[in-house]
Design a protein. Structure first.
Length: 391
């Protein structure tokens, strides 16, 4: 087998020191970060602080809500927003449903233009609102990616252009600034699911001119399920009244007036019920780790790792799903499976490699704490499993 090209370079941070903060690295090669990153000592400490508070105080409502606000502040810093533009929610599904519920089907702008690369939950939410009179049009996937010119289908009927930052199946990354310009030229808003990119690269919502952006904590942000964040551009907030709402969406949640539907003047109006407090403790800690390592430094190192994946995969005869241009993709590289991808995932786990199956592919998605040697070992394990899985 030919030797893969060896990308030169090393991380700008102390890789070994960070690996010591991740107990899982002693037992597994964690390359499933596009699905769920491993626990760190920092996130464990954050979870423990909540559990200690619960044991000690029974309930520290003020202190717990301050942790929720701290998580919002951390997320706002990460994306270049103000805290007042960020709401806490439970998932990207809930965030998308909140935005969908603001659209008036009686308006002349009552259509969604969504990419076929959306994670299914986003498409499902848009489609579920068709029964209220909202229409959904689709930008097609072609050759495992999307041509940005296809967003030219936006027109005077379009209220929201829904463009995932990256295609979950193969990591193809879209040019959000270009899509934003196309949407805005037609008078539409841009909604972005950034779950697959947050924590892997710098994201500045002002620079990109996105109107709404959602993402959760359990992937590259090193957190738990149960929490996500929704950014809404300040100028839009007071024009939107979500039907998906709850007491935390009120101007004063503690008024306890069931008849009064007033709205918070900030993105809090997109919040619903009691926030996910434990997950917020952990999310804040995870985002602070990403800030400490640095999104730009993470992007540079993971590009080297993914180039190793691409070159090593080619050298082993694997078929790659999607682009191989590391400037146009997330750290995730998808290899087409000769057998059921879930069975491939299970077989890799048995060999000490954590990967993530999606449809016809197996995804290997490094993060800042992974090494070049781990990439080589994982590719060798995948070659062994693929050989067994072929007819």
């Amino acid at each position: 087998m030919p030797e893969p090209t060896d990308p030169k370079g090393s991380p700008e941070f102390d890789l070994n020191a960070w690996r010591r903060e991740i107990p899982l690295t002693e037992r597994f090669i964690a390359l499933n970060n596009c699905s769920h990153s491993p626990r760190m000592t920092q996130t464990s400490a954050a979870a423990a602080s909540f559990l200690d508070s619960w044991d000690r105080d029974g309930m520290d409502w003020d202190g717990w809500l301050e942790e929720v606000e701290a998580a919002k502040r951390a997320f706002a810093r990460l994306i270049g927003a103000s805290t007042e533009e960020v709401a806490v929610t439970t998932s990207v599904s809930a965030a998308t449903a909140s935005i969908a519920s603001t659209i008036d089907p009686r308006s002349s702008r009552n259509r969604i233009l969504a990419s076929e690369a959306e994670f299914p939950t986003v498409g499902h939410v848009w489609r579920a609102h068709e029964k209220y009179g909202i229409g959904v049009d689709w930008v097609p996937i072609e050759d495992d990616r999307i041509d940005p010119a296809r967003y030219g289908a936006v027109d005077e009927r379009t209220r929201v252009v829904s463009a995932t930052h990256a295609y979950y199946q193969n990591g193809f990354k879209q040019d959000l600034a270009s899509i934003a310009a196309t949407a805005h030229d037609a008078g539409a808003w841009l909604y972005v699911d950034a779950y697959q990119t947050l924590g892997t690269c710098p994201i500045d919502v002002r620079e990109l001119e996105v109107d709404m952006l959602a993402g959760g904590a359990l992937k590259y942000l090193l957190g738990l399920p149960g929490i996500a964040f929704l950014y809404v551009r300040a100028e839009l907030i007071e024009t939107l009244e979500p039907a998906l709402t709850g007491w935390f969406g009120r101007a004063n949640p503690y008024a306890f007036d069931a008849k009064r539907l007033d709205w918070s003047g900030t993105a809090n109006r997109f919040e619903t019920g009691t926030p996910p407090i434990l997950s917020a403790f952990v999310a804040r800690a995870g985002i602070e780790v990403i800030e400490a390592v640095g999104p730009a430094a993470i992007e540079r190192w993971t590009r080297i790792l993914q180039q190793r994946l691409i070159d090593g995969g080619r050298a082993r005869g694997f078929e790659i799903h999607g682009t191989t241009d590391v400037d146009r993709k997330t750290p995730s590289t998808a290899f087409v499976c000769p057998a059921d991808s879930h069975l491939i995932e299970v077989a890799l786990r048995e060999r000490g490699v954590l990967a993530s199956a999606r449809g016809p592919v197996i995804r290997l998605a490094p993060h800042f704490f992974n090494t070049l040697d781990e990439i080589d070992t994982a590719l060798d394990a995948l070659a062994e499993v693929f050989a067994i899985g072929r007819p």
